[in-house]
Design a protein around this ligand. Structure first.
Ligand code: GDP
Length: 149
């Protein structure tokens, strides 16, 4: 009937997470995925890939003018990453909280970056900053047919 609302759970969101080349190299993939599952998030897309330079530049477009942009793109393309599509209640801010601060020295105890990262350049994990970035980044790394429904 018209006006019917299909209720899918409060604040259900999708976001883009990525284990960076340092995390993959150090065999952290399984442990990080387990944290997401333990938190109650659903892994709806997953693949390991070496990011082509052009895709890396698109992904980090907002940092194009920063002095570390070249370093950032060199690093993120330096080896395989694991691209992850996550679904869950408030998963965008939830993932950011699990990651910890950008600089691992400032990351709260128990966060992924506090536990596993040492430098701001190689900080193990990426997570979309907000809804707009989440939609954009999921679109860059996954086609609809690659995601669970
Ligand atoms: P994030 O959202 O916490 O990942 O942080 P930002 O969006 O601000 O920055 C994106 C990524 O750029 C960070 O995860 C860092 O790995 C990297 N980055 C930020 N600042 C620096 C810096 O001063 N030097 C280098 N090499 N990388 C940086």
């Amino acid at each position: 009937p018209s006006g019917q609302v299909v209720y899918c759970g409060r604040d259900m969101q999708r976001t883009y997470a990525m284990i960076k080349p340092d995390g993959v190299r150090r065999q952290l993939t399984a442990r990080i995925l387990q944290r997401f599952i333990d938190k109650g998030y659903r892994v709806i897309g997953l693949k390991q890939l070496v990011i082509p330079r052009e895709l890396a530049e698109q992904h980090y477009a907002e940092h194009r003018e920063r002095p570390f942009f070249g370093e950032l793109v060199d690093f993120i393309t330096s080896g395989p990453v694991v691209a992850i599509a996550l679904e869950g209640e408030n998963v965008i801010t939830g993932l950011r909280a699990m990651m910890g601060a950008t600089n691992p020295k400032d990351a709260a105890p128990g966060t992924i970056r506090a536990d596993h990262a040492t430098t701001i350049g190689e900080n193990v994990i990426h997570g979309s900053a907000n809804e707009e970035d989440a939609a954009r980044e999921l679109g860059l790394f996954f086609g609809d047919a690659e995601l669970l429904r």
